[in-house]
Ligand binder design. Structure first.
Ligand code: NDP
Ligand code: HSE
Length: 436
């Protein structure tokens, strides 16, 4: 049989890794796919740059549109990132009758509904396993392996860069900015690393996971996102003393009145498996009604772990080349006409427990004022530590863990606490989850 011809857009970390994996494992991959897979052409901005892969035998160009216009290609693999020109290239490739594989979570989270409609119109596939959690096959797990379940919730460490930073801060006391630089050098970070540290990249991935888990449209603007840039070494240390770890979690949960979609730093009990997922590793905990909880774990970023997912998608597309579009696995797991309009809840409506860190004057009655305010909002305290003031300081840190309460109520209580004359700095709040 003739080889399947592939065009690559992007020859950076993931593009280079994809070339390497496809070349190194060519015979194993052919035995699985049933056809040879040949990378015929590839584009990059600057062809004089050194590459991590051997591009021998691949026609190189600086014009990605020339690749998607090539009538000889069957599959386009988009590994440029960002929205433009990636979106135009993907839409054009589909219009030209090509199947698409992409690792671009921003593109799918923001424009996936339009892209899947275009794929549907032209009877083509868009595969995006590498867009979530690098090398972990979580899309396939959710979309196919768990299709008998009603998913109740999922919670994941889905940004490798943030997890790497939090781990290095905790284990080695390294400074945030220094670890971020290393993550960039290792090829983990996004082109704009604020996407990693401000929770946006995790929000893109959560958008995709939630759509597949619950059969809802992709709706990134409704995801609450908060990153790790405000986490201090003190918070990491106090959390440890209380038996918790701080992780940047993406959480999607079916609540009574809608779906919670949120990304934020989260205290989780140190004894949970997911609390011990360190460095660039990712993990996603999914709770299905039939299977119970399952945990998927693996490298969340990096050239070859991500290439592992890209190549698996290429193989899936090759296997499905001859199937009728109606008989393929739907892009978002649920049939397009069965997507639900269940609402996404505003963050004010979610309920969690909280870690609060206050900076208060060392005077009698301060704690009584704080606990009175919390009680007036029906917020009960689970644990409290009051530290000695640092040498020469007039304020002392007070750390409180609360029971579950609605975010709206907690916001009101924090406003009142911050208005106390004896409270000397904004209250630091980190949400907590038991993940039981
Ligand atoms: P890189 O920056 O390493 O590579 C991007 C490639 O695209 C480069 O070859 C670059 O050319 C080319 N490129 C960039 N901008 C343009 C443009 N405007 N027009 C044409 N070509 C362009 O990115 P990554 O490989 O890290 O990421 C690629 C995609 O994979 C992104 O969507 C990212 O979010 C996703 N991803 C990345 C992971 C990782 O670990 N890095 C993990 C999972 C997903 P040149 O080389 O000449 O500059
Ligand atoms: N920047 C992303 C991360 C790459 O650190 O997780 C993988 O999607």
């Amino acid at each position: 049989m003739k080889p399947v011809k592939v065009g690559l857009l992007g020859l950076g970390t993931v593009g280079g890794g994809t070339v390497n994996v496809l070349k190194r494992n060519a015979s194993e991959i052919t035995r699985r796919a049933g056809r040879d897979i040949q990378i015929c052409s590839a584009s990059a901005r600057d062809l004089t740059q050194p590459r991590i892969c051997d591009t021998h035998g691949i026609t190189l160009t600086t014009d990605p549109f020339a690749v998607v216009e090539d009538p000889n290609l069957d599959i386009i693999v988009e590994l440029i990132g960002g929205v433009s020109p990636a979106k135009e290239l993907v839409l054009k490739a589909l219009e030209n009758g090509k199947h698409v594989v992409t690792a671009n979570k921003a593109l799918i989270a923001l424009h996936g509904n339009e892209i899947f409609a275009q794929a549907h119109k032209y009877g083509r596939m868009v595969a995006f396993e590498a867009a979530v959690a690098g090398g972990i096959p979580i899309i396939k797990t959710l979309r196919e392996g768990l299709s008998g379940n009603r998913v109740e919730w999922l919670a994941g460490i889905i940004n490798g860069t943030s997890n790497f930073i939090l781990t290095e801060m905790r284990d080695k006391g390294r400074a945030f900015a220094d670890v971020l630089k290393e993550a960039q050098a290792l090829g983990y970070a996004e082109a704009d690393p604020t996407f990693d540290v401000e929770g946006i990249d995790a929000g893109h991935k959560l958008t995709i996971l939630a759509s597949i888990a619950f059969g809802i449209p992709l709706q990134f603007p409704k995801v609450y996102t908060e990153g790790i840039s405000g986490i201090t070494p003190e918070d990491v240390s106090y959390a440890e003393q209380l038996g918790y770890r701080i992780k940047l979690l993406g959480i999607a949960r079916r609540a009574d009145k809608g779906i919670e979609l949120r990304v934020h730093p989260t205290l989780i009990p140190a004894k949970r498996l997911i609390a011990n997922v360190d460095g660039v590793m990712n993990a996603i905990l999914v709770k299905g009604d039939a299977v119970g909880p399952i945990l998927s774990y693996g490298a969340g970023a990096g050239a070859e772990p991500t290439a592992s997912s890209v190549v698996a998608d290429i193989v899936d597309v090759v296997r499905a080349l001859t199937s009728d579009p109606e008989n393929r696995v739907p892009h978002l797991a649920f049939q397009p006409d069965a997507i639900s309009d269940i609402p996404v809840l505003p963050v004010d409506d979610i309920e969690t427990s909280y870690y609060l860190r206050l900076s208060a004057e060392d005077k009698p009655g301060v704690l009584a004022d704080v606990t009175r305010i919390l009680a007036s909002h029906r917020i009960s305290i689970e644990a409290l530590i009051q530290k000695e003031p640092a040498e020469g300081a007039s304020s002392l840190p007070v750390i409180l863990l609360t029971h579950k309460v609605a975010e709206r109520e907690m916001n009101a209580a924090i406003r009142e606490i911050e208005a106390l004359a004896t409270v000397t700095a904004p209250v630091k709040r980190i949400r907590m989850e038991t993940l039981k």
